[in-house]
Design a protein around this ligand. Sequence first.
Ligand SMILES: Nc1ncnc2c1ncn2[C@@H]1O[C@H](COP(=O)(O)OP(=O)(O)OP(=O)(O)O)[C@@H](O)[C@H]1O
Ligand SMILES: [Zn+2]
Length: 477
Amino acid sequence: MLAMMLQPLQALQQIAIRCIRLCCHVVERYICVFIIVMDVVDLLKDEILNLRKKLMEKEAVLRQHQTQMYEKAEEKGLYKKLTNVEIDRYSRQIIMPEIGMKGQQALKNSSVLVVGAGGLGCPSALYLTGAGVGHIGIVDYDKVKLNNLHRQLLHPETSTGQPKVLSAFNSLKRLNSFVHITPYDMQLDSTNALDAIRDYDVVVDATDNVATRYLLNDACVLTDRPLVSGSALQLEGQLTVYNYNNGPCYRCLFPVPPPPETVTNCGDGGVLGAVPGVIGVLQALETLKILLGHQGVVTKKLLLFDASDCSFRNVRLRDRNPSCAICGNEPSITALVDYEQFCGSKANDKHNSIHLLDNVDRISTGTYHDVRSEPHILIDVRSPLEFEICHLPGSLNVPLKDLASEQLVQPLKEVITKKGSSDKDFPVFVVCRRGNDSQKGVLALRETLSGLNVSVKDIIGGLHSWAKDIDPSFPVY
Ligand SMILES: Nc1ncnc2c1ncn2[C@@H]1O[C@H](COP(=O)(O)OP(=O)(O)OP(=O)(O)O)[C@@H](O)[C@H]1O
Ligand SMILES: [Zn+2]
């Protein structure tokens, strides 16, 4: 009787087992197919990468031959005139009355040094190369980083980790093999700037730091070269040509460098890629106008570009200062100086660590990792926008500038009073992106939290160290 009652149940069980087996089989097949597709994708990616490498090797050999040919031809004075291919290639600008054969010929016989192969240097060099400037030098000491690619469009993904000048050289040569490109993988400084600049007619300042701006300015004044200067940050850009047509030099307008802490760079302030794109292209345009001897070069005035409403504004600049230290009537500077010392900042925009706190007031990311399960408060002093990109679990976001405000710190005080016990200092840790602002945060909090039993320390190296030493999956920006 019992066996009869169980029969349909067993049949159902069998059907269920079959169904499950069938499902497993289907899932297994899907996984297999997925794995096979993934394998094919990986294989194709590897193959394409190898082909690209081979292509680059072949292109390098070709360029070597072309360079030799160029040099031999130049020795014989052969390349002074435009070839028929060049006439065809540049015909759309040659037929303009402002350029003509003479203008194109002039471009072919001119040379431009682009300093910086970054956000401004890439678009600048791109249009100078396209226009057929005969010789372009490009200087940079840095390597291509992943976070350069959104705006430094001469660098393809495959260049990441490569010297920027090599990457720029390859892209420019691929674009126009008629142009002679000289890459300089080096930092321009007082020891090499004059020699580098003397070989070129015009200098484009596409760098990102104040020390190099003064260096280029002085070097251009001493060698009598126009300096096409540009800058871009966030949604704004600026452009002017210094030391041209009796106009002012950079020192005439800014005899004293700004305090280093007031200078914001792209790494901290951010920049929308198309903004340096606009300014870089305008730098190329002004350079071409100088080489062609055109009127209307942006000198003795400053062009201001505001991308938020796409407005361009020209403001008049002061005239050349007769008592300027470098271009004045009786200059006190007659040779290049130490620009890092003069500006009190490095000739790069790389992050410099500051030391405001004693070691006892700081903890490593490893120590924080070990104590994070114990009661404490972690304050992240970055901006809310940065906090949104990534943050450590349980951290409170109080931006550095708000730490000095009694009113804004009041809720924090309440949390500490609630959590802390009176017999032991309650631990408060401060974190930021790289470990500088967190130290400032500790100093500010010591003021605003005075009177409370707290021990305030910062985390050395900030979230960058956390990602490097503790959690490699943590985003870095
Ligand atoms: N003295 C110098 N000599 C050679 N190259 C320089 C010098 N100073 C700055 N540069 C280069 O100028 C370029 C400026 O580019 P950009 O302003 O786009 O900044 P970045 O350093 O590439 O990027 P980010 O600031 O976002 O890290 C950089 O590639 C930098 O290496
Ligand atoms: Zn001057």
